[in-house]
Design a protein around this ligand. Structure first.
Ligand code: ADP
Ligand code: MG
Length: 320
């Protein structure tokens, strides 16, 4: 009975006052709030890079599920898959075999971004610039290119300048390194979103990441800011996860989202069906959390923008 979504009612005692029962009741209440949610989008395109040089912390999972959750509340979202593994493309159900035009062609051969973008079968609001195996060589090939740090930025700017329809979000999924691909992502974005896994070494490596961001701000992109930290794969039953979450919140009180993403079987299963968890099981605990995170991300910007005062999300403030 690890997760409310997998709960069985076979316990030989009343469930009403158990932690599980409370969790289930809580999840039901949260689903209900989400049913009535409406969000007011700013009309501006927010370009957000999802990065952490550690592998396996939930970058790709967060990118695709947030993107799908944003799309489900009416946002138009483009996911740029900048990881040669192409996991984001897979999760969005977008073909990305070697012969398919991809983000590699944009970075190395100056293809317009518009030419390689595909629509996810999940939603007409969900677009993807896929990555293929060719991107594995790009880290080396970029070294000798002109304006090698700005290739993605130039492509994104050109794409946004020539859009027919509005686009609310560009989410860039980074590889697990601080090489030229990630630097291109930093140079192209307004915001940095860092997923942090609630485990022992969570904060290790973060100072290196923030140091790199500082250098980017100084030399390549002064508008980049760390806007959002998402705590991922949270297991509230362990004291360690609680401690790590508390510690991260102490360091980054403004950046950490109130919503915490729980460790959830449904979240890890979804990609094998070429789906996000929003499409795979939108009522599961993991999907509910990503939908809440999406609402929070929209609402935070509205709260930040004086002109948009009062135009946030019509749901109550929720804790983690
Ligand atoms: P990264 O992109 O940072 O390398 P991934 O998003 O690929 O990390 O996640 C690493 C692994 O953890 C994947 O197998 C993914 O399915 C799993 N995972 C991520 N988030 C969760 C979650 N909330 N619950 C369960 N498994 C998760
Ligand atoms: Mg990844």
């Amino acid at each position: 009975m690890k997760h409310p979504e997998n709960a069985e009612s076979s316990a030989p005692f009343s469930l009403d006052d158990t932690p599980l029962a409370r969790e289930l009741a809580d999840l039901t209440a949260r689903r209900r709030i989400l049913e009535d949610v409406t969000v007011q989008l700013s009309g501006r395109t927010r370009v957000i890079t999802v990065s952490n040089q550690k592998g396996g912390v939930g970058k790709t999972t967060t990118t695709v599920n947030l993107a799908a959750a944003l799309a489900s509340v009416g946002a138009r979202v483009l996911v740029v898959d900048l990881d040669p593994q192409g996991n984001a493309s897979t999760a969005l159900g977008v073909p990305h075999t070697a012969e398919i035009p991809s983000i590699y062609d944009v970075l190395i051969d100056d293809f317009p971004l518009a030419d390689i973008i595909q629509t996810s079968p999940e939603s007409p609001n969900l677009l993807c610039a896929p990555s293929t195996i060719h991107l594995a060589g790009a880290e080396i090939e970029l070294v000798s290119q002109v304006a090698r740090e700005h290739r993605l930025r130039t492509a994104v700017d050109e794409y946004l300048a020539n859009l027919d329809e509005r686009l609310d979000f560009v989410l860039i999924d980074c590889p697990p390194s601080l090489g030229l691909l990630t630097i291109n992502a930093f140079a192209a974005a307004h915001e940095l979103l860092i997923p942090i896994q609630c485990e022992y070494y969570a904060l290790e490596g973060l100072s290196q990441l923030l140091g790199t961001v500082g250098m980017i701000q100084k030399h390549l992109n002064p508008t980049l800011r760390l806007s959002t930290i998402v705590l991922t794969m949270y297991d509230g039953r362990t004291r360690l996860a609680q401690q790590v979450a508390e510690e991260v919140r102490q360091h980054f009180p403004k950046e950490v989202l109130g919503t915490v993403i729980p460790r959830s079987v449904r979240v890890s299963e979804a990609p094998s069906f070429g789906q996000t968890v929003i499409a795979y099981d939108g009522q599961s605990a993991g999907a509910v959390a990503y939908r809440e995170a999406a609402v929070e991300i929209v609402r935070r910007e509205n709260a930040d923008t004086a002109a948009n005062a009062g135009a946030g999300v019509a749901v109550k403030e929720e804790g983690p």
